[in-house]
Design a protein around this ligand. Structure first.
Ligand code: SF4
Ligand code: SF4
Length: 294
């Protein structure tokens, strides 16, 4: 029986690990030929889509090799990369590929033996784990009309071996990911959030989600007594049954909307939260992969 030989994709920073790999090569240090090296100007350039593209293209494991902490040519590029790697490991785990197939190493240009040791170790680990995917898959196409975030989520969906069950906590320091939560019992339907959203991730629907509003309005007081809050509180008190479906708002009647949020389009700029005078919008450092892969 043929022994499985994994393919490893190594993103190496030009200023450290790439130089270390180069020195290992010219010094004729022996290491497995399983590794394919991609040179980056800084490890901070590594994007989650690069890593996932590697898996789509047949890599069984990916490593990111960065400068030693405190030694990054661009000061903090390796630290940004570290946060992105943490999130990507969690994504890989959630979709069934396995977080252990991605790792990050901090290697200076003078550490050629360390680079060799890492490649040997990772090759051995992946030989035991076997192929990342059970069969070859098509590469996710990038729609020129869609934003980069949509491309990333389509890629996650394409690679998923199982539907993620839980939300993922976004590591501290990683600003570009999170999710937005709306509190419908505070919303006055001003639509400012919809207008300011650069990604068209918010839509106003002519509906009143009375069921959610009545369930939450009494818990959501923030010390203020607005007309809207008083209306919902009164409705909660007099309700003789729980509303079973949303109420359609007649055309021409403004002020009551349901704000519908699409997490697949959101780039977490938080502009909607900042513009909402009613403090209806919260930003949460979580990634709802279940909704994203729906
Ligand atoms: S800005 Fe706030 S109050 Fe206005 S529609 Fe959006 S969520 Fe509702
Ligand atoms: S965080 Fe930014 S992209 Fe996301 S819904 Fe709000 S305004 Fe739109």
């Amino acid at each position: 029986m043929n022994k499985f030989e994994p393919t490893i994709l190594a993103f190496c920073c030009n200023y450290c690990a790439y130089a270390a790999a180069d020195i290992a090569g010219v010094s004729r240090m022996q290491y497995p030929t399983n590794v394919r090296i991609v040179r980056l100007p800084c490890s901070g350039k590594v994007d989650i889509t690069y890593i996932l593209r590697g898996f789509e293209s047949g890599a069984d494991g990916v490593i990111v090799c960065a400068c030693l902490k405190g030694g990054c040519h661009f000061v903090e590029g390796n630290l940004f990369a570290e946060n992105r790697i943490k999130l990507t490991k969690d994504i890989l785990e959630a979709i069934g590929i396995g977080g252990e197939r991605l790792d990050m190493y901090f290697i200076s240009s003078a550490m050629a033996p360390k680079f060799v040791e890492v490649v040997k170790e990772v090759t051995e680990k992946l030989r035991k784990l076997g192929p990342a995917l059970p069969k070859k898959i098509q590469l996710t196409k990038q729609d020129p009309e869609a934003n980069k975030r949509t491309f990333l989520y389509n890629m996650i969906k394409n690679l998923a071996l199982r539907r993620p069950e839980n939300v993922i906590t976004v590591p501290e320091g990683l600003e570009e990911f999170g999710k937005i939560e709306f509190n419908p019992s505070k919303c006055i339907g001003c639509k400012k959030c919809e207008e300011i959203c650069p990604e068209k991730a918010i839509d106003s629907i002519r509906e009143l989600d009375l069921s959610t509003i009545l369930k939450t309005s009494m818990d959501q007081t923030d010390g203020r007594s607005t007309k809207r809050q008083r209306l919902y509180e009164t409705l909660t008190k007099i309700a003789r049954k729980s509303p079973s479906k949303p109420i359609s708002i007649p055309e021409g009647f403004e002020g009551f909307y349901k704000m519908q949020y699409d997490p697949k389009k959101c780039v977490f700029c938080e502009k909607c939260r900042d513009v909402c005078l009613e403090k209806t919008i919260n930003s949460v450092k979580e990634l709802d992969l279940y909704a994203i892969t729906a």
